[in-house]
Design a protein around this ligand. Sequence first.
Ligand SMILES: [Zn+2]
Length: 435
Amino acid sequence: MDTTAVDEVVGLCRDLLRIDTTNTGDPRTTVGERVAAEYVASRLEEVGVETTLLESAPTRTNLVARIPGADPSRGALLVHGHLDVVPADPSEWSVHPFSGEEKDGYLWGRGAVDMKDFDAMVLAVVREWKRVGYTPPRDIVLAYTADEEAGMEYGSQWLVRNHAGLFDGVTEAIGEVGGYSYTVNDDLRLYLVQTAEKGLDWLRLHAHGRPGHGSFIHDDNAVTALAEAVARVGRHRFPTVVTPTVRQFLEQVSDALQIDLDPDEPELAISKLGPIANLIGATIRNTANPTRLEAGYKDNVIPGKASATIDCRTLPGHADSFLAELRDIIGPDVEIEHVHQQSAVETSFDGDLVDAMGAALRAEDPGARTVPYLMSGGTDAKAFATLGIRCFGFAPLRLPPDLNFSALFHGIDERVPTEGLKFGVRVLDRLLRNS
Ligand SMILES: [Zn+2]
């Protein structure tokens, strides 16, 4: 009998976990993306899938492949995953983070849920299709990217800027972060599907003053002006805004849990949500958190300038109103520089693909119910959405009820249940065959 995707997925995931693809954010110390991309390429080429490796810089390798579908006139579906992971300190872990160890029903390692699990599921499904000669209903484009964990400049952002042609005809995409279960009771599990992401705006504030001697009376000090502005920003609470995705989320969760969640009282509603509250607490308002300060060069010299970095995250459709509000808080004398910006993305939770997600989950878990949500962080979807692609976070996993899943992302002892991986493969296979 042929090896199936379910048979293979754990081994493929283990292989990927054993390739250290730590992305430190510094290209000089970031490793392994080329090794991982070559591994994926070899597993795909072994079954006859042609792949293209694209390097944005030495070893910053991305992989793209297209699997022709039965009806080329239909829009293609992009299935994407990143290969890099955030750093892991072995001294903090109970297993080595790059050992790919299997124990207690879990596969352990940095990237186990973010997101070599999905990388392996996709690989397993496509390999099975090729072995049995299956053709999907429409073109499937696979993308394995570098650099998702450090701004995507060497990965998806670079791909869409320099090789947009590879994504010709793609109308929809699935990738991280979503599709995993939150157990309500024995008969009901919510599967959160990401349909929106907050935008990102890293700002540098510059205050200017009169340089001088630290022993004098001085009324134009750049450090003081900057500190005042930073403190005002850091203490400010932006008003709550309920975007269409959050409204739908609250309405559907309210219905599923049979509790009253009034979308017009979002803070109260979220406070009733227990563990899910973590995930969506930051999605009902814009945020601005000071993260860095820089000023001065000597203890007795008042510097002429001082700067600070503010990490701002904006709701879909609210970037401009946010900036106007922030300008007011900061005041006219401190200059604002935009260091790095990525727009928010949002798509509606409807259509054939969304229906197919629900159907694929219910076929494997009769207690499954899909719910859309807005994510406060960012993923490769931000880059792909610039091509007009509707992006969904759907990397299916059925999780044990007591697992604190969100803590595993970038966390210590990151691990994925092996049964969850097999479940994910079955759901993904059904979804892709019916999309
Ligand atoms: Zn990720």
